[in-house]
Design a protein around this ligand. Structure first.
Ligand SMILES: [Zn+2]
Ligand SMILES: [Zn+2]
Length: 376
């Protein structure tokens, strides 16, 4: 009895050999029905063979398959995977096992999939614009480590990870590039560790010339390997090959006022009349910005500003918090570099380093100083 309890209490992430992840798919969609279609033979739904399209829908806390009551949970195993589709949904192929359940009239879909195909999909999406195998490998190790480190992210909800950027973007088994598959295979089981434990491998698109110390970006305790590192020679950072590396965005005070009210930084009758940076991180990124109104100065953490603008005006408006503020008469011009939060691996920097002949191990050591690659 005691042994059994111990086994149950052992975190899933450290069980050697058991490398499967359960991922909630379509996690950002409110689903009531979905269409299943086996890719090629061998699928079963609830013990019955599934040979052609079938529609699964949620009613209260039960499911119906092709109009027939189908109990609370459905399990499917398909040799070639199962396509899922539905109105307003991207059509996606999933390998492994799919578990369906209904909760308050909504469908919940969990994909149990082996770790490496999951990693290949994440890498395929994250590294799609890269050309160098070593950049793919660096991304594969970072993504695998991230998955294992966050293995319990949704354990309270009955699965490991969600398929959105909250965890890592995962879009199933279709369209995975050969390069991504090869990178997952070449680094199979490798994770990045710090003092023997899996590292926190945050990554972002392009740092802009210098990555940022985590403590200037998020209000959490820092990590010795998530510190600011110089991304290559001055004036020509590794990530300067990123499309849109340099960007400029004009923000009129009228627009800033609207956004700031919606974000809750200003109240309804306040008008933005000034904008400046009031604190900087180690890299030179803004750490805090200040909006001046007719009666006060409102300080906003730069990360909150970046997210607030991104969510409301699109992520291309202010691509990072690495910018200078140039003052206009009724606007400010943000003159920036890079894109993303700037912590950990710079993805375009990895591609830049790879093109210069660095191997993925050098790349990972550069962006996560003091870490080591170990076999999981
Ligand atoms: Zn998540
Ligand atoms: Zn960079």
């Amino acid at each position: 009895m005691k042994l059994l309890l111990l086994l149950l209490l052992l975190p899933a992430a450290v069980q050697a050999g058991n490398r499967e992840v359960s991922v909630r798919v379509y996690s950002l969609h409110k689903l009531t029905a979905i269409t299943l279609e086996p890719a090629n033979g061998g699928a079963a739904a609830g013990g019955r063979p599934l040979t052609r399209q079938a529609r699964l829908s949620a009613k209260g806390s039960s499911l119906s398959l092709e109009g027939q009551h189908a109990g609370p949970v459905k399990a499917l195993r398909a040799s070639g995977g199962i396509w899922l589709s539905g109105k307003g949904l991207p059509r996606r192929l999933y390998g492994g096992e799919l578990l369906f359940s209904a909760e308050k009239g909504r469908l919940r879909i969990i994909n149990h999939v082996a770790l490496e195909p999951y990693i290949a999909n994440v890498v395929s999406g994250e590294a799609a614009d890269f050309s160098h195998p070593e950049a793919y490998k660096a991304q594969a190790v970072a993504a695998r480590t991230y998955a294992l480190k966050h293995y319990q992210a949704h354990s309270g909800e009955g699965y490991n990870l969600c398929d959105s950027t909250h965890c890592q973007l995962y879009t199933g088994a279709a369209g995975v590039s050969a390069r991504a598959r090869a990178a997952a295979e070449a680094t199979r089981g490798e994770i990045l560790t710090y003092k023997g434990a899996p590292a926190e491998t945050y990554y972002h698109s392009a740092c802009g010339g210098r990555t940022e110390d985590m403590t200037h970006v998020w209000p959490f305790p820092g990590k010795p390997y998530l510190v600011s590192v110089k991304d290559g020679p001055p004036g020509r950072p590794y990530c300067s090959i990123a499309p849109g590396f340099k960007w400029k965005t004009k923000i009129y005070y009228t627009g800033l006022t609207r956004l700031a009210r919606r974000a809750g930084w200003l109240v309804a009758d306040e008008t933005a009349k000034g904008f400046r940076i009031t604190a900087w991180g180690t890299s030179g990124r803004a750490a805090e910005v200040e909006i001046t109104t007719q009666r006060r100065k409102v300080k906003v953490p730069a990360t909150e500003f970046y997210h607030g603008i991104g969510r409301r005006a699109g992520w291309n408006a202010v691509r990072s918090s690495f910018f200078k503020v140039l003052q206009g008469r009724d606007y400010v011009l943000l003159d920036g570099v890079g894109s993303g939060h700037g912590v950990g691996l710079c993805q375009w920097g990895a591609e830049g380093m790879a093109r210069k002949g660095f191997k993925y191990r050098d790349i990972l050591k550069h962006y996560y100083p003091g870490t080591e690659i170990k076999h999981d």
